[in-house]
Ligand binder design. Structure first.
Ligand code: ATP
Length: 311
């Protein structure tokens, strides 16, 4: 639930059909002001389609979408002054250099080329991302095209950033730089919707996450809230199986360790019991986003594994 100010992004029952394909099938998404919101789902789940609707690039078949309370299809012009975005598949002007493309994207956002603050940010970001701005657009690799769009977007002092899988073409070193830039967005109090299919990225960067499957949100909340949905794993050194521990599930003993799972909100309740037994080598591992993800996509993964085993 979002408290305080109205959400920056809100969709309700959003539907987008392409012929018989239901790209979005009743999507309810809320992103509050100042959130770094992960939009997580596998290929084809509908992330890019949602983003295209939010940017006014695609018209919803049914349902509602609003950005800063406005309809992005009808009010794209004023909205785009407040938004900076990176598309999933960046295409550049083939005959402009990378530097010229960055300036042009900024000018489309109403920032004049000679704007000193923008130029300083652009220089800083080009150096951070180790980007050579002199090549022509047609000569850049996928990763470098992505850097052009990222540098332009990050240099614009927007209220809302919408990035569609921005790190998919970046090498690990550049991902570190990207993370630092997300921290800067957070520190400024701006909002970011970050689509990704990389669980660890969302886990590291985002304070909220919405998981999309087949055009619908299947889970949404803070990482802490979502962790309540799966069990925490507890283990400690043991030679003999301990008798029942209240609240413990699936208690096993193997390789000198006792292991069990416990509902995440019941962990504090079992700590006194473990302390009383003076257990050694205690490990308590909260569920990862990956486990949460597998809860929703487990069937898909099993189907793939079975298909692989047959093929
Ligand atoms: P990815 O991670 O691969 O980018 P995604 O989550 O962004 O995936 P979308 O690109 O939104 O998913 O696609 C959702 C569904 O809509 C897919 O089945 C896709 O094939 C279909 N789709 C998207 N755009 C079109 C289009 N222009 N015409 C027909 N089908 C489309």
């Amino acid at each position: 639930m979002i408290t305080g100010t109205a959400p920056v992004i809100r969709t309700a029952g959003l539907v987008k059909r392409y012929g018989r394909i239901h790209a979005l099938d009743g999507l309810d998404l809320e992103v509050g002001e100042g959130q770094i919101h992960g939009f997580l789902g596998p290929n084809g789940a509908g992330k890019s389609t949602t983003i295209r609707v939010l940017l006014g690039l695609a018209r919803a078949t049914a349902g509602e979408a609003s950005v800063f309370g406005e309809d992005p299809w009808r009010n794209a012009v004023p909205l785009h002054r407040r938004i900076a975005s990176v598309p999933g598949d960046v295409s550049l002007w083939p005959n402009l250099s990378g530097g010229e493309a960055i300036d042009l994207i900024a000018r489309l956002h109403g920032i004049p080329r000679q704007d000193a603050a923008f130029q300083a940010e652009k220089q800083r970001l080009m150096s951070q991302f180790q980007f050579d701005p002199r090549k022509k657009g047609r000569a850049y690799s996928k990763g470098n095209r992505q850097k052009v769009a990222l540098i332009a977007a990050l240099a614009i002092p927007a209220e809302l950033y919408i990035f569609d899988e921005p790190t998919s073409g970046l090498d690990p070193l550049m991902e570190v730089v990207f993370r630092q830039e997300v921290d800067r967005i957070r520190a400024r109090g701006a909002t970011l919707l970050l689509s990704s299919h990389i669980l660890s990225e969302v886990e590291q960067l985002c304070d909220r996450v919405s998981i999309i499957r087949a055009g619908r949100i299947v889970e949404s909340g803070t990482l802490a809230e979502l962790r309540h949905l799966t069990r925490t794993e507890v283990s400690f050194d043991a030679d003999v199986s301990p008798e029942t521990i209240p609240g413990a599930h699936d208690l096993t003993l193997s390789e000198g360790r006792a292991r069990f799972t416990v509902d995440s909100d019941a962990v504090s309740g079992i700590l006194p019991v473990l302390a009383q037994r003076d257990v050694q080598g205690l490990r308590i591992e909260p569920p990862s986003l990956e486990e949460l993800f597998l809860r929703h996509y487990g069937d898909d993964v099993r189907e793939l594994e079975e298909a692989g085993a047959k093929g």
